[in-house]
Every structure is written in structure tokens, then in C-alpha cells.
Design a binder for this molecule. Structure first.
Ligand SMILES: [Zn+2]
Length: 180
């Protein structure tokens, strides 16, 4: 698994260090960098970290072999769990394809195989734009007649158009519980 010069491919990191934590690369990060690097070393984090961005903020990702080390690290520095599958594909590798966790609307991710039939009457459907951060309400009633009930919602994401920045294919679905 170790290549020359000790560098690991992102494939090898995800395979052998699947428990990953993202820390915002902000002023607090720079101030505490030595402390962060020391704990990462103690917990045997992958020698090569990587960076991802979400809503304009860059995050440095630390990769661990076991969940306990990742949790210790995350709790100490107030990090965010990073799932390797949420990394962008191809040239878009640095994009963190994740719903926002710090907004008024608490969105949950849809399972990969979710269809309209999965949604309950008390769940509201939203489209979250990764390009500009806009969260748009999706009218399920309006879509209902136009889309086969067995279609996977995730497969429709590439056709979503952001109502704010107008970019097509850069949005994710999320669901929230309707207010009672
Ligand atoms: Zn947008």
C-alpha cells in the first residue's frame, strides 16, 4: 500500500483510513495547527491529508484507521465527520457533496435508492444547490404526475436547476420534517 516517497493515493487513503474528520481551515485552525498536527500524529492519521470545500469554506481532512481515533480527534477540535463517498468525482474532487448542517432548515440526506414512494406525507422535499448554497422548496404535488413513482430521486439530481443561480445539475435533494 505504501508507494514511493510514502505518498498514498486517495484510493488507498479511503481504503485503509476510512474514518475521516474535516476541520475548517480558518484562523482557529492556523492558531492551533501544531496541536492539531501533534494529535493527528499520535492517533496515526494518514500522512497525507486532503482538502475539500463546502459553501466557500475549505476544510482539511484527517484520515484514521479506526472510529475511536477519529472521534477523539473530532471532539477535541470540533470537527465534522467526513464520508469519503461525499467527495466530488473527477476534476470536481475537492467538492464536498454534503447537505448544510448549520442552517435553519435541517435537511436529511435521502437514501441512494429513495423514490417518491419513500417520502412520507410529513416530509418536505428540498433541493440544495452546491454551487451557491441556496435551499429551494420542491413542490411534490407538481412533480407527482410528471415523474414515475419508481424513479430514484437521486437520478433526478443532475436535472435540477437552481432557482437562484440557475446552474443545472449541481444540486442535491434533502428532506425535512414539515412543521406541525
Ligand atoms: Zn444555486
Amino acid at each position: 500500500m505504501v508507494r514511493h516517497k510514502g505518498a498514498l493515493s486517495s484510493w488507498a487513503i479511503d481504503r485503509y483510513f476510512p474514518h475521516q474528520v474535516a476541520l475548517p481551515s480558518d484562523d482557529a485552525f492556523r492558531t492551533r495547527y501544531d496541536e492539531i498536527a501533534a494529535l493527528a500524529k499520535d492517533l496515526l492519521a494518514a500522512p497525507l491529508g486532503h482538502s475539500v470545500r463546502h459553501e466557500g469554506q475549505w476544510y482539511t481532512v484527517y484520515c484514521f484507521t479506526d472510529p475511536e481515533s477519529a472521534n477523539t480527534f473530532r471532539e477535541r477540535f470540533d470537527g465534522v465527520p467526513f464520508n469519503p463517498k461525499d467527495r466530488g468525482k473527477g476534476t470536481d474532487w475537492s467538492r464536498w457533496r454534503k447537505l448544510p448542517w448549520n442552517r435553519e432548515i435541517k435537511l436529511r440526506e435521502l437514501p441512494d435508492d429513495a423514490t417518491f414512494a419513500h417520502l412520507t406525507s410529513w416530509e418536505e422535499l428540498y433541493a440544495y444547490c452546491l454551487a451557491c448554497g441556496h435551499i429551494g422548496f420542491v413542490d411534490r404535488q407538481a412533480l407527482n404526475g410528471r415523474i414515475n413513482g419508481k424513479t430514484r430521486l437521486r437520478s433526478l439530481e443532475r436535472r435540477l436547476r437552481c432557482s437562484k443561480c440557475k446552474i443545472i445539475g449541481d444540486s442535491m435533494f434533502g428532506v425535512a420534517s414539515a412543521p406541525r
